[in-house]
Design a protein around this ligand. Sequence first.
Ligand code: ADP
Ligand code: ZN
Length: 706
Amino acid sequence: MPVGSRVLTGCVVEYPAEPSVGELKDVIEILDHDPLLPPGVVSLCRWVADYYLAGIGDAIVTAMPPGARRKATSFKTARVATVTALGSDPLTRADSRDLTPKQQEALEILAVSSTGLPLSALRERGVSGDVIARLAKRGLVALREEAADRDPFERAVMRDVAPSPTRVLTTDQAEAFTQLAALADGGDFRVALLHGVTGSGKTELYLRLAERARRNGRQTLLMVPEIALTPSVTALFRGALGQRVAIQHSGLSDGERHDQWHRIRRGDVDVVVGTRSAVFAPLTRIGVIVVDEEHDTSYKQEEAPRYHGRDVAVVRGREEKALVVLGSATPSMESYQHSLSGKYVKATLGKRVLDRPLASVRLVNMREEYADQGPDAVISRVLAAGIADRLTRREQVLVLLNRRGYATAVFCRQCGDTFECPNCTISLTVHTARQGWKARCHYCNYSMTVPRACRKCAAPYLEQAGFGTEKVEQQLRDQFPGARIGRVDRDSVRRKGALTSILSRFAAGELDVLVGTQMIAKGHDFPRVTLVGVISADVGLGVADFRAGERTFQLLTQVAGRAGRGERVGEAIVQTLYPEHYSIQLACRQDYAAFFEREIAYRRGMRYPPVVALVNVVVRGRSFEDAMRTASDAVQWLKPFAVAGSFTILGPAPAPLVRLRGEHRVQFFLKGGKRADMRHALEAMLAEMPEIRRKVTIDVDPLNVT
Ligand code: ADP
Ligand code: ZN
């Protein structure tokens, strides 16, 4: 479409009989003659745009395959080689003494593949294109062009994924499965919370539900919180269900995403495995939607449209009359509340499979450790002894610290100057770099080399404070020089494929210790891990966030759940400054029900979600006064709606990050029982004060307030 002087690509979502605009221009070209998105996905996008007060355009773009807005979305072709009759004839081959060893090897590889192999796959096995070209010239190999699905799965390194179709379900599993299968067969919209302790075999149930759905002629959407979890789950599903399993996540290349997307759109798959954006996968016959680790905050998108993948999954299930299964060992307060009220069906797996015990958890009071070892102690003696023990027994260890970098601050001992980000109100994090130290802002990526002397007073007394994963890694290397140690955090896995590679090395036993942030706490199944160390269990508890207790409980329970998943018993050693805090105590006992009771009482008392709903509005400005003025205007405007709609407005007040990327920020909250009232008020405000649109960020059901 021509828009002003530009040509833009649009998406038709509606075709009104009467245009609402007077003068219409002609469409330049129609790119797709069949609708790209299925109707179910378009209406889902409209729901998202509405509920989250986002633009329909943002929602549609999220649902589109990459490259769809450009004209040519290309399908790649691959050259596939097959051995010819001549090439597979043992006589010719025996005769061909002039074949090089490489050429013979190539023929042998091809001989066992009836459909042939793409040149890329041959290259991976050490057979070059030249070798094949020579064989083709002699008529021993045939080459053809084939539309290739760029399948990200081919690249993933997989181990230990032998599926066992004959596996017998445990009593717990069988009971839960009967319950869930009945719901799936019913063909109605239902939501079930599958509350299963870590290692209770939830994945096995997902697999059987997918099988069941396929037999009923319907498809399964399986959502996982983390890109790194997709390869192993996909391998499992492909092992059990065959090749009709597609992958959707943002870590794929555009080409891969495009091909996978079109496979799904053509109806060529039974199962889609993916992260939050997979909730928009163009499936048309969904019978089961599984959201694994439903409590995980990665399901929330922190940019427009700010949707929660789990909540959108439930809506999609409603629209497509599917069974939605929310699985977790530590359900979100929201979902558990619904399971108690009867809105969701509850299914429980109370025990680990094969009666494996849950890991025992030991608390180490770091205040005592500081008193004995000095204030720089990072790894307690108990944990160090535990690690040494595992190393001699050739078992594996996970060490968790939910804070990356080497040190969390730099300051001058003489004048007290600290290194703050020039764009954000946050101190810079120190990272180890090839040439000395780098200080970096985790919000805007501002980065500087840490000088030898203070910038203000020139004294050579710069000191570092606090610690993150890099320092833990270094201390472990110093203490255990013989151990093979790896690190997983956002800095160490920046390169594409790095995360999968390090996780599979750990799974293969090529590493003894894995240090990392919460990335290592999620869902992975490493049977040889018998010890999990948590360096600072209370990282989250200092934060002024009403969900801090819930997050801490979830993280500790999940990470303790990584230990002892194999034959041998597991142990978790948890270092903390607040050993008496209820979320730490109850996580140690892995007592979810007690935690929920305690936490919901607090939420009720304070009127926090899930007891009420929240909307966060951040107003940005060139100066603080500017932002504050706009926010106050908005609040004034909303007040009459609040009275009529029975919600309250909290603020305006400075946002936690008063400055972010050079902008000044002021925030306020709407809080109330009915989201619709708050939404309508905000919609009316945006319509009435259009100039505010560019300056505000609205977050419905916010999880992270910055
Ligand atoms: P969860 O997702 O509940 O933490 P998993 O699905 O990863 O648990 O299962 C834990 C381990 O138990 C896995 O290694 C899985 O292969 C195994 N497992 C699951 N069900 C059974 C069963 N019925 N019999 C034997 N092993 C099982
Ligand atoms: Zn910054």
